[in-house]
Design a protein around this ligand. Structure first.
Ligand SMILES: NC(=O)c1ccc[n+]([C@@H]2O[C@H](COP(=O)([O-])OP(=O)(O)OC[C@H]3O[C@@H](n4cnc5c(N)ncnc54)[C@H](OP(=O)(O)O)[C@@H]3O)[C@@H](O)[C@H]2O)c1
Length: 261
């Protein structure tokens, strides 16, 4: 197994991509802290799945918009396990609106969760990685380097995460901690459903046509890359953004629509 004896924390692992990452890390031998905000039953079910794989699970709630709750989350990890090898900053939420309709609180909440408290989380995670070849994995997004409808708020925060990923990789390299980002394309989760509403089926079909690998992503497609980044196989990889999108960003809509692949 690639991750035997490792201790991991995956934020937002009650469902979607975070859940798949938590289970994939556990399958490779890691004990996992399952973090959630509201979906307690789902989070406990993920914890039970981790334990059924023979690993330890710790299920911890925290509203990551609150600095105090971020600190409590890491206090629980320190008091329970004393150390951390792998930190996956996955949890995200945002308001999807055109820039001209964004209110100050939309910006504040998104940036507090994804930027300010991400930095705080790393400040809490790094001391727990002392003496270990730590792994920090961030999750960027589709629509950072090009535009998507109503996506500016979260895309700007994810752009900050990509930049912080590079800076942290530089600053933490001497401690043998690697920091890398995964940029998922379109992945079938609750948030895709929320963003697309009643256009989901049409959107999935269009994505299938525009994607060289011919389908929308699954959470497991992202999780397997997270396993690679968490393992020794990626020991000399740091500061990178790995796109996991089946090739969707390689294509240009109208060309594919009219001429095909
Ligand atoms: N799905 C995609 O197509 C896609 C594409 C690009 C990037 N991504 C990124 O991939 C990551 C996971 O996305 P997903 O689609 O799996 O999301 P999701 O299904 O909406 O799940 C979000 C997770 O984050 C937690 N969370 C949300 N807001 C939180 C807060 N304020 N405090 C603490 N926890 C919070 C949720 O906890 P509860 O369950 O308790 O509410 C849940 O576990 C995100 O960073 C997202 O931006 C997704």
């Amino acid at each position: 197994m690639l991750l035997a004896q490792r201790k991991a924390l995956v934020t937002g692992s009650s469902r979607g991509i975070g859940r798949a990452i938590a289970l994939a890390l556990a399958r490779e031998g890691a004990d996992v802290v399952i973090h959630y905000r509201r979906q307690q039953a789902e989070a406990e079910a993920v914890g039970a799945e981790v334990e059924a794989l023979g690993r330890r699970a710790l299920v911890v709630p925290a509203e990551l918009e609150s600095a105090g709750e971020v600190e409590k989350l890491f206090d629980v990890v320190r008091e329970s396990w004393g150390a951390l090898d792998i930190f996956v900053a996955n949890a995200a939420a945002s308001a999807f609106k055109p820039v001209l309709e964004l209110k100050p609180y939309h910006l504040e909440r998104t940036y507090r969760l994804l930027v300010e408290n991400f930095v705080l989380s790393v400040q809490k995670a790094v001391p727990l990685m002392e003496g270990r070849p730590g792994r920090i994995i961030t999750i960027s997004g589709h629509g950072v380097h090009f535009t998507l409808p109503r996506y500016a708020n979260i895309a700007a925060a994810k752009g900050a995460i990509e930049t912080l990923t590079r800076y942290l990789a530089h600053e933490l390299g001497p401690q043998q901690i690697t920091v890398n980002a995964i940029a998922p394309g379109v992945i079938a989760t609750d948030s895709e459903q929320f963003y697309m509403g009643d256009k989901l089926a049409a959107f999935d079909a269009a994505c299938g046509r525009a994607t060289p690998l011919g389908r929308v992503g699954r959470p497991e497609d992202v999780a397997d890359v997270a396993v690679f980044l968490a393992s020794d196989w990626s020991r000399f990889v740091t500061g990178q953004v790995i796109v996991v999108d089946g090739g969707l960003t390689l294509t240009s809509g109208p060309f594919v629509e009219v001429l095909g692949h």
